[in-house]
Structure formats: C-alpha cells, structure tokens
Design a protein around this ligand. Structure first.
Ligand code: BTN
Length: 243
C-alpha cells in the first residue's frame, strides 16, 4: 500500500512542487510528491539533476521535525541516506553513503538528495527531502562524472512503484522509530571509504593528502586523520574524495 502521495507526470522540480503545495494546503507529515520528469531538477550546489523521462525515481517528502535542533539537522540527511541504502540492499550489495549524502554503488553514484530546511529559532520548522534515484536509465548524457542505475547493476528492469513505496515507508519508519544516536551510528557504519586510507583534496588550500575517515559530527562535519596524525575537519564541499 502506498502512503499519502501525489503524482504528476511532469514538473520543474518536486522540491518546488511540494513547497508550493504546502503554501496552498496543510500537508500531513510524510506526504510525498513524485514525478516522471523534471524540467529543472535541482542537484547539490546549484547543479542540474539529469533524469530521463519515466525511467527513475524523482520525489520529495515533507516532515516537521520540531524536535531536531538546527545544530543536528544533518540527521535528516542521515535518515534519508540510510533509507535509500537499506532498500537498495534488497537488490544487490556494495551500496554505501558517500559523505555527506550521495548514494554510491562501488565507485559510482546511483542516487542523490537535496534537503531544504526551514528554520525557526534553534529548531527545524519543516524539512523538504528531495531524492533522485537512477533506476532504469541506461545512458547518461550530462557531465556528471560517474552515474549508474539499478538496472545497470542488477541487469534487469526494476518496478519503480514498489521501489518508491519501500523507500517512502523505510524513511518514515526510521524517522519515527529510531533514536538520533542509533541513526548516527548506522550512518557512519554505512559510509563510503570508512575503512582504510584514501587521498583527499582540501578545496581551500588545494592540498592533497592521505587520510582515514575518523568521524562525522551530528552537524555533518567530517573529521579526517592524516597519515601524520593530524586531524582535519570539513563541512560539505570543503574537501573532495580523490580516486
Ligand atoms: C545531488 O546533486 O546529488 C542532489 C540531487 C537531488 C535530486 C532530487 S530529484 C527529486 C528532487 N527534486 C529536485 O529538483 N531535486 C531532488
């Protein structure tokens, strides 16, 4: 059974659509909108999100996490990432979360999310969680470096409706039944390259260094430990993973 949702064949962006809908009517917590095509799908940092018509999952849901402090808002990214990975793991193994919230299969990106929070004082008023999952697309034409779809991984077409219902349900179940501490713990366990040393690039100084992931703080800040034993902490986009 599908939880409360709204489908439209085409829209500019489901994040925009749900925000507009919220201004017109009261949307229950967990309400979701989805589409087959976005004419202006939004990626992280103003990028464009490529998605061939009718092939993938493009959806946004709203929650009202009044209990979450602004300083812990990264927890919503963690819930969304874990929900997607958990469902994808029913199809194959090797899925991880590339900090902060890209979903990877081996070294390729299968899903991304754009979370937009409305803040009041020190808490979150509402949160729009927009998720794009590459499901049945077989050719990618944008300059996104390393896309992959679930069909390319498992070798057959996937029922998008069932996948969407599972992620929607999984997200709400994690959100309502799991403690923030447990979510944070599960997130760190599922992180891409969380074991061993890798090359990173400091986007400020452009320095390349070898380090291991030490921890992620509840506010999303990533701490790396270099081979020389130096700790370096970064917010999103301040550091890049190198191949
Ligand atoms: C990224 O760059 O990794 C984030 C991609 C987020 C894409 C999804 S698709 C559904 C929702 N609507 C949007 O316009 N963006 C998000």
């Amino acid at each position: 059974m599908m939880l409360p949702h709204f489908f439209t064949p085409e829209t500019e962006s489901t994040n925009e659509l749900i925000t507009r809908k919220m201004q017109q009517e009261e949307l229950a917590e967990g309400f979701m909108v989805h589409t087959d095509f976005q004419s202006a799908g939004k990626g992280q940092v103003g990028n464009y999100w490529e998605s061939e018509k009718g092939k993938n999952l493009l959806f946004s849901l709203v929650i009202y996490p009044h209990h979450i402090f602004i300083a812990e808002q990264f927890i919503i990214s963690e819930i969304a990432s874990l929900a997607v990975v958990k469902v994808l793991e029913q199809y194959h193994k090797h899925f991880t979360i590339k900090w902060p919230n890209d979903i990877y299969w081996k070294d390729k990106k299968i899903a991304g999310m754009l979370i937009e929070n409305s803040l009041t004082r020190d808490r979150i008023n509402y949160s729009i969680v927009g998720i794009g999952v590459n499901v049945n697309q077989e050719k990618f034409t944008s300059d996104a470096p390393n896309p992959i779809s679930l069909k390319q991984i498992v070798g057959k077409s996937i029922d998008r409706k069932a996948l969407l219902a599972d992620i929607h349900r999984g997200f709400l179940s994690l959100y309502t039944t799991t403690t923030l501490q447990e979510i944070h713990h599960l997130y760190q366990k599922k992180m891409y390259r969380n074991v061993g040393r890798y090359n990173f690039k400091d986007m400020g100084s452009q320095e390349v260094f070898r380090a291991k992931i030490e921890t992620v703080a509840p506010n999303g800040k990533l701490t790396l430990l270099t081979e020389q034993g130096v700790r370096k902490s970064y917010y999103f986009k301040e550091v890049a993973f190198l191949d």
